[in-house]
Design a protein around this ligand. Structure first.
Ligand SMILES: [Zn+2]
Length: 371
């Protein structure tokens, strides 16, 4: 049985420990010592992730939540208050992702009678990339260390207490385009080629790029392409710039690796002389709708909330992709409020968080049952 008072107290304590990315030692020690005090034997790895492995058996299930938060931005009061106002528990990271961390800590204390292996992975550095680290993300490290038959990433998927389950995420590509023109004196522009006007041509062409729309879980999912940076010239006002840098953020349908060649061809077809750099491409992923784990979780959620959860693909890229890529099918489902992420005055809704934690408990027992 989930102990509501203990869950709330743990979540308040977690909120009161600042844990910006790269500074997760204190919160990691808190989780480690708390689990130890309950008789468990947690482990800590070299990047600061905390693990707990319980049980043996036919099946294995991993739960993951990150311990870090973004920096406080726009807060009027104490970002680390953990104050409760009616159904809200307030503070930086309350929803993203400490409600999930607290749920994992509560679940191992309260559920019994399962017959498989349950692995908890509390990870570092989800919100930012640690410079110079071999493993830039703690979850990437956890995904390589443990393979499981299934994984739930407890990122916030509640919408005003109404549950959603994410069975994948869109991909993301960053394009760094260097548009080449020909520099000349601005009194004789006809003797050169203005890289800024060339870039505008290229951008206009990319606007025409045929973006795909997919259908997942009965919902429409579009690709999106945005120009997020442009810089050139103005070192002197009398020079026609010969180079212009354009940065594009391209969100792709999950699992479509062919977009790399497609976008390269679109840029070539523009006729604008461009050097193409792709410093980042992560293709995203999705689980087929009839994935048994997804069905089983959906049923557990329906039992706890007395309503059918929305199934969806996350618009943003999610760390669950690391688990998926390493052979562990990952679902994102967690007790925080999705729309509260990175907002001043962030809160989690207690009633929704408790129901969500209960539904994960049901799922663990079902998934790791003796049957
Ligand atoms: Zn998060």
């Amino acid at each position: 049985m989930i102990n509501k008072a203990r869950y709330i107290k743990t979540l308040q304590e977690l909120i009161r420990i600042p844990s910006l990315s790269g500074n997760e030692d204190t919160i990691g020690n808190f989780i480690f010592e708390d689990l130890e005090a309950y008789g468990f034997a947690p482990e800590k790895d070299e990047v600061g992730n905390i693990y707990l492995e319980l049980g043996k058996g036919r099946r294995s299930l991993m739960l993951n939540a990150h311990m870090d938060t973004v920096p406080p931005e726009g807060y009027k009061g104490d970002p680390y208050s953990g104050l409760i106002k009616s159904n809200k528990i307030i503070g930086l990271g309350s929803s993203d992702c400490k409600a999930g961390v607290a749920a994992m800590m509560e679940l191992v204390k309260s559920i019994t009678g399962f017959d498989g292996k349950l692995i908890l992975a509390f990870t570092v550095s989800e919100e930012s990339v640690l410079k110079g680290a071999k493993y830039t993300k703690g979850s990437m490290y956890a995904a390589e260390r443990y393979k499981a038959d299934a994984c739930i990433v407890l990122e916030p998927t509640m919408y005003d207490g109404i549950p959603a389950i994410s069975g994948g995420c869109r991909g993301r590509m960053i394009l760094e385009l260097k548009v080449r023109g020909k520099s000349t004196h601005s009194s004789r522009p006809h003797t050169g080629k203005n890289a800024i006007t060339e870039s505008v041509k290229l951008i206009d062409h990319l606007k025409e790029h045929d973006l795909m729309t997919g259908h997942y879980f009965g919902e429409e999912l579009p690709e999106t392409l945005s120009i997020v940076g442009i810089s050139a010239g103005a070192k002197a006002t009398n020079i026609i710039p010969g180079e212009c840098d354009v940065v594009v953020d391209y969100r792709t349908l999950p699992g479509r690796t062919e977009v790399v060649n497609k976008i390269k061809k679109a840029i070539e077809d523009s006729g604008v002389k461009t050097e193409i750099g792709i410093p980042y491409f992560s293709p995203g992923y999705f689980l087929p709708e009839d994935t048994p784990t997804l069905k089983m979780l959906e049923e557990s959620v329906r039992n706890s909330f007395r309503r059918k959860p929305r199934l969806m693909i996350a618009l943003g890229r999610a760390d669950s992709e690391y688990f998926y890529r390493n052979g562990t099918p990952a679902i994102v489902y967690g007790p925080g409020e999705n729309l509260q992420c990175h907002k001043p005055g962030e809160y989690a809704l207690i009633s929704g968080a408790i129901k969500c934690t209960k539904s994960i408990g049901r799922f663990i027992q079902e998934y790791l049952s003796k049957k």
